[in-house]
Design a protein around this ligand. Structure first.
Ligand code: GLN
Length: 245
């Protein structure tokens, strides 16, 4: 029998970039691998740690307050950008949520300073003094093999993100604000690099996306064994209902 695959996940700044229980995304990936008999390995890279661009199949960075993003931005840009770009170039998944999403773009402009991003997504974010974009959100995504699927969750951000010409949105806003509250787009994607404003955490409320990420990150084309997703479906339905769908 062939050896079971192992999903190797690296969490970037897990202590600083983790709000609204974004760490739950890692737990969700672990459980869905282990329930299927797949291996799961979790490593982390914090401030000052080197990043190995070959050591993981999925790199993850959660959301953060502006002040925590400030602490991470220069480190991510100066110490980890090349390894992360190399990982994305070989097809590893890079997933950023909210503050993490903003740092995957070119920059996050604050009132008196610009935080550098790693530029893996052709997006730029500006913090505005207007109201924060807060609330339950639902989007219809456009992902290979999952066109028309729904993601539901929660958003809370001051930053307004605009997509450049080389970025595709992750999805179309059905309810909520999305990237900037104006253009009806949410998140961004370039190949296997994905950014989204959706907390929830994202994956427990959207089990299908967890499986999409596992399949894409493993890259072996193997179909995942089905799981009893009764509770997961109810969590998803409830999140959709909360968003007003
Ligand atoms: N600090 C960023 C903003 O307010 C990101 C917030 C978050 O990760 N929830 O836009």
């Amino acid at each position: 029998m062939p050896e079971a695959s192992t999903l190797r996940v690296c969490a970037l700044y897990p202590d600083l970039m983790n709000i609204y229980a974004d760490r739950g995304n890692l737990l969700m990936l672990r459980r869905r691998c282990e329930w299927r008999g797949l291996g799961f390995e979790l490593s982390s890279a914090g401030l000052g740690d080197p990043l190995d661009g070959d050591a993981a199949d999925l790199y993850y960075i959660g959301g953060g307050q502006d002040r925590d993003q400030e602490r991470c931005a220069a480190d991510l840009h100066d110490e980890k950008r090349e390894a992360l770009a190399a990982a994305a170039a070989r097809g590893a998944v890079v997933l950023g949520v909210c503050g993490g999403y903003q740092l995957l773009g070119h920059a996050y402009q604050l009132a008196d300073e610009e935080l550098p991003g790693v530029g893996l997504l052709d997006v730029r974010t500006e913090r505005v003094e207007g109201p924060r974009l807060i609330g339950n959100i639902a989007i219809e995504v456009d992902l290979p093999g999952a066109a028309g699927a729904i993601l539901a969750g929660f958003e809370n951000h001051a930053g307004r993100t605009r997509l450049g010409e080389r970025a595709e949105p992750l999805g179309r806003v059905l309810r909520g604000h999305g990237n900037n509250g104006a253009d009806g787009r949410e998140g961004a994607r370039a190949g296997t690099v994905i950014g989204t404003y959706m907390h929830g955490p994202l994956l427990p409320k959207n089990a299908w996306l967890a499986d999409w990420l596992i399949t894409t990150a493993l890259g072996d084309g193997a179909a995942l064994a089905p799981l009893d997703d009764d509770l997961e479906r109810r969590a998803h339905d409830e999140a959709c209902r909360a968003a007003g769908l």
